[in-house]
Write a protein of this length. Structure first.
Length: 326
């Protein structure tokens, strides 16, 4: 996906990596991809069973988890094996479909996080209208729009002049050296990602202000400490996820070009970072949600989300009852 290095990397007489490096590179990709598949596979099934997630937030979380799973699966179970068995296949038209799929699920993950930020913003600022804004039908439509946009975005990649392929010489995804690739990768991928991350960063900031204001008033009225802690936890979960995506973009596009003389450092800052952000995204969900963590041990029971006054409105606008399901 690197644009800055595309021309130089493709024109170098001596590539960074030689065939003797492929087994080690493939092993790292397979291992990191396999871990990502396990983590996101677990999150997918755990979120479906968890009772602390409302319908809308739970389905949005599942959406970006599926996208994370797709990224890790393609790297670990397609790109790496092809690198070992037939590296010449990667630059071919069919081989480059891996790059097209990776961009699609990357964008789906990114826009799913944006939808999560919108969801949280609405529950804080429009609590009385939340159930109308994010009912079952609207949630399905929103998620469908996210994936439809992601599919439309990669339609130009069907043209070989705009394609993205895995380059064995640099062990990273590279666009073809054309103007079309420059426009598609730089503007429709990199700059768009920065804009989207900035938008849900702003939304999270204002959501936190709203949570702080409402919690301060509620504490004075009824001392609802449990709700306050939960909302703050969700806020920090969103901030860490936003930071992870932003860090990956900075590493890939801004820092990696300075390590062209150190091939393995360059590899870790590009390909490994791309896989890693989708694994870390799943780990963040696990780390910030006790109910998901305790599912690892069936004997453990998640902490109660109810207080003595009855069921509470969750941080995502759903009224939780002991008999309700996700």
């Amino acid at each position: 996906m690197s644009v800055n290095n595309a021309t130089d990397a493709s024109s170098e007489a001596t590539p960074m990596f030689s065939p003797k490096d492929y087994p080690l590179g493939a092993m790292i990709i397979v291992f990191s991809g396999f871990v990502g598949v396990l983590v996101n596979g677990y999150v997918f099934f755990a979120v479906r069973k968890a009772k602390t997630f409302g319908y809308a937030f739970g389905r949005i979380c599942i959406s970006h988890t599926i996208a994370n799973f797709g990224n890790c699966f393609v790297f670990g179970f397609l790109i790496a094996p092809i690198l070992i068995t037939n590296p010449e296949f990667h630059p071919t038209y069919l081989g480059a479909r891996c790059g097209q799929f990776l961009i699609m699920v990357y964008n789906a993950s990114l826009f799913s996080h944006l939808l999560t930020a919108i969801n949280r913003f609405c529950v804080v600022y429009f609590p009385l209208k939340y159930n109308l804004l994010f009912d079952e039908t609207t949630t399905k439509i929103c998620i469908g729009v996210v994936w439809a946009i992601s599919v439309i975005q990669v339609l130009p990649y069907f043209s070989y002049d705009c394609t993205l392929y895995f380059d064995a010489g640099t062990l990273e995804m590279l666009p073809t050296n054309t103007l079309c690739s420059l426009v598609v990768i730089l503007y429709m991928c990199y700059y768009l990602s920065v804009v989207v991350i900035a938008i849900f960063g702003v939304l999270d900031f204002f959501t936190f202000l709203g949570i702080h204001f409402h919690n301060r008033n509620r504490v004075a009225a009824n001392g609802n400490k449990v709700k306050q802690r939960r909302e703050i936890r969700f806020f920090f979960q969103a901030c860490v996820q936003d930071f992870a995506f932003l860090s990956e973009l900075i590493l890939y596009f801004s820092i990696a070009p300075y390590f062209n003389d150190n091939k393995w450092a360059h590899f870790m800052l590009t390909t490994f970072a791309w896989i890693g952000v989708h694994t870390v995204d799943g780990l963040i969900v696990i780390a910030f949600n006790k109910e998901i963590r305790t599912m690892i041990n069936p004997r453990s029971s998640p902490s109660s989300i109810y207080n003595s006054s009855g069921p509470q409105i969750s941080a995502y606008g759903r009224r939780d009852h002991p008999t309700s399901s996700s």
